[in-house]
Design a protein around this ligand. Structure first.
Ligand code: NAD
Length: 485
C-alpha cells in the first residue's frame, strides 16, 4: 500500500522514533507536569511571574543587539523544532486537556510551523519629498504579556512566540490553567530553538502554576508593554480593562449559510470537515447552519454520508441540558449558564454516551434540526454538535445568522454560487474571517491562501495577527537630504 508522505506524516513518524530512541513514552504515561517532561526540567518556566518577567526582559535585552537576519534564523529554528515535535505536543495536548484529536492537533502545529509569518512581515515605509526623507519603522514593544487558551495551547504559544520574536520582542505567557504542561512544553521548545540558533537561553517565559493572580501581576508589571489575550469573553474583558495597550482575540459562534445555488454535496462535506476539525475546538469552526428549506433534506443526507448521526428533537433537548450547565457564583450567588467543560472538544461518541446513545467511532458529529432559540444555535459549544435551522430565503438566512453570531464579528461561512448573496452576507455579518465554499479552516490558511494565526483579534481590530501586529511605529526624519531625484 502506498503511503502518502505528507509533512504531517513525516513529522509524526520522526517524533515517534525520537520518543523511542530517547526512552520517552507517549504523553499518555503522565510523566510530565508544568515544570518537567520525562524528568527534563523545562526551560523558561518559573515559580513566580516576577521571575518570568525578569528572564524575558533579559532575553529581550539580548536580542536587541541581534540583526534581523539573526532573528530570522531563530524563526527558522522554531519552525524546525515545531515540525519535529508536532506529534509530541499534539499527544500531550489531548492527554492533558482531554480535548481534541491528536491527528488534527499535529496538523495544526505543522500549519503554525509552515505558515506563521517571520521577519518578512516587518516592512518599513519611506516617504520622500521636497523636505527630505522620513522613515517609519516597526519597532518591538519590549516584553509582551500573552494569555493563551486551553483549546489550542501549544499552537498559540508557538504561533505567538514566532510573531512576537520576529517583531523583536521577548514574551511572558500566562497559559490556561487547564493546559499548563502542554503550554510550558511549547515555551521550552521555543527556548531550545532560540538557543540552538544563537539566541539567549531564555527569550520566552512562563510560570509553573498560572492563575488569575499571576495574570494580574502581568497586567500591572511596568516591564510589560503590550498585552495579547487569546481566550473567552471574561479574560478578554480583563485584559482590555488593564489600562495597557492590549490586543484581544475573543469568542465567536460562527454561523454557516447554505443557499440553493450551492454545490450541496460539497457543502455537506466541507461543513462537517470544518466542524469536526479537532472536535470543533477552533474558534473559527462551524457552530450552526442556516440552510434554504428547498435544499435542506439534500444537505442533511450529505452530512449523514459524512460521518454524522441525526438526533431527534427529544435527544437534542436532553443533550442540550448536559452540554450547558448552571453554575452559582460563590461570591455573588448569581446563577450563570456555562458550557460543560467535560463535553468541550470531546469525541462525538463520548458526548452521546452521556444521553445513553451508543455510536461507533466512525460517527464524528451529531446534527439536529432545532429552532433558532435552541442552545445548539445560540451557544458557542466547541464540541462536534451542529444545530441546523431551515430558512425560507436569503433575507431570513442573513438575519438569523447575524443574530446567532452575537456581534462577535469573529467568523462566518457560506456555501453559494450567487455572488449577490455571498456579498450581502459578508457585508452584513462584519466578521474578521468569512470563508466561501470551503471548510472554515481555509480561513486560517489550511487549504486556503494567506498566513496562519491562532490569535484572531476581532475586538481590537488586528484581525489575523502576525509579527507586525506586535510592533510599534517609530518615525525618523532627515530634512533636505537623502533624496536622489
Ligand atoms: P478561557 O477564556 O476559559 O481562558 C483563556 C485564558 O484566560 C486562560 O489562560 C485562563 O486561565 C485565563 N483566564 C480566564 N479568565 C481570566 C481572567 N478573568 N483573568 C485572567 N485570566 C483569565 O478560554 P478557553 O476555554 O481556553 O478558550 C476558549 C475560548 O477562547 C472560546 O471562547 C474561544 O472562542 C476563544 N478563543 C478565541 C481565539 C481567537 O483567536 N479569537 C482563539 C482561541 C480561543
Amino acid at each position: 500500500m502506498a503511503i502518502n508522505w505528507t509533512e504531517a506524516k513525516i513529522a509524526e513518524v520522526v517524533a515517534k522514533v525520537l520518543s523511542e530512541v530517547n526512552g520517552q513514552g507517549p504523553a499518555g504515561d503522565r510523566n510530565w507536569s508544568g515544570s518537567q517532561f520525562h524528568g527534563r526540567k523545562l526551560i523558561g518556566v518559573y515559580e513566580t511571574m516576577e521571575e518570568a518577567i525578569e528572564a524575558a526582559s533579559a532575553g529581550y535585552a539580548a536580542i536587541r543587539s541581534m540583526s534581523v537576519a539573526e532573528r530570522e534564523k531563530i524563526i527558522s529554528s522554531i519552525r524546525s523544532y515545531c515540525r519535529a515535535e508536532a506529534h509530541i505536543m499534539a499527544e500531550l495536548g489531548v492527554a492533558e486537556t482531554k480535548m481534541g484529536r491528536v491527528e488534527h492537533k499535529t496538523a495544526k502545529h505543522i500549519l503554525v510551523a509552515d505558515k506563521t509569518p517571520g521577519t518578512e512581515d516587518i516592512v518599513a515605509e519611506a516617504k520622500t519629498g521636497d523636505c527630505g526623507l522620513t522613515l517609519t519603522e516597526r519597532a518591538p514593544f519590549g516584553v509582551v504579556g500573552a494569555i493563551t487558551p486551553s483549546t489550542n495551547p501549544s499552537e498559540t504559544v508557538i504561533c505567538n512566540s514566532m510573531g512576537m520574536i520576529a517583531a523583536g520582542n521577548g514574551v511572558v505567557f500566562n497559559p490556561h490553567p487547564g493546559a499548563i504542561a502542554t503550554s510550558n512544553y511549547a515555551v521550552d521548545l521555543v527556548n531550545r530553538a532560540v538557543y540552538a540558533a544563537g539566541g539567549p537561553k531564555v527569550l520566552v517565559a512562563s510560570v509553573i502554576k498560572p492563575t488569575l493572580a499571576t495574570a494580574d501581576v502581568m497586567y500591572k508589571h511596568p516591564a510589560i508593554r503590550l498585552l495579547v489575550c487569546t481566550g473567552g469573553p471574561g479574560v478578554v474583558r480583563a485584559v482590555l480593562s488593564s489600562g495597557k495597550k492590549a490586543i484581544g482575540a475573543g469568542a465567536g459562534n460562527p454561523p454557516v449559510i447554505v443557499d440553493d445555488t450551492a454545490d450541496i454535496e460539497k457543502a455537506a462535506k466541507d461543513i462537517i470537515d470544518g466542524c469536526t476539525f479537532d472536535n470543533n475546538l477552533p474558534c473559527i469552526a462551524e457552530k450552526e447552519v442556516f440552510v434554504f428549506e428547498n435544499v435542506a433534506d439534500r444537505l442533511i443526507s450529505g452530512m449523514l454520508k459524512n460521518g454524522c448521526v441525526m438526533l431527534t428533537r427529544e435527544q437534542a433537548d436532553a443533550l442540550a441540558k448536559i452540554v450547558v450547565v448552571e453554575k452559582t457564583d460563590p461570591k455573588t450567588g448569581a446563577v450563570k449558564k456555562m458550557v460543560n467543560r467535560d463535553c468541550v472538544g470531546r469525541d462525538c461518541r463520548v458526548i452521546l454516551e452521556m444521553i445513553g446513545m451508543h455510536v461507533g467511532p466512525e460517527i464524528r458529529c451529531a446534527i439536529a434540526e432545532v429552532p433558532f432559540e435552541h442552545t445548539f444555535i445560540q451557544t458557542e459549544l466547541m464540541m462536534p454538535i451542529l444545530g441546523i435551522v431551515r430558512v425560507k430565503n436569503i433575507d431570513e438566512a442573513i438575519e438569523l445568522a447575524c443574530k446567532a453570531e452575537h456581534g462577535n464579528r469573529h467568523s462566518a461561512h457560506m456555501h453559494s454560487k450567487n455572488i449577490d448573496n455571498l456579498s450581502r452576507f459578508a457585508k452584513a455579518v462584519e466578521t474578521t474571517i468569512f470563508v466561501k465554499n470551503a471548510p472554515s479552516y481555509a480561513g486560517i490558511g489550511f487549504g486556503g491562501e494567506g498566513h496562519t494565526t491562532f490569535t484572531i483579534a476581532g475586538p481590537t481590530g488586528e484581525g489575523i495577527t502576525s509579527a507586525k501586529s506586535f510592533t510599534r511605529l517609530r518615525r525618523c526624519v532627515m530634512t533636505d537630504h537623502f533624496r536622489i531625484i
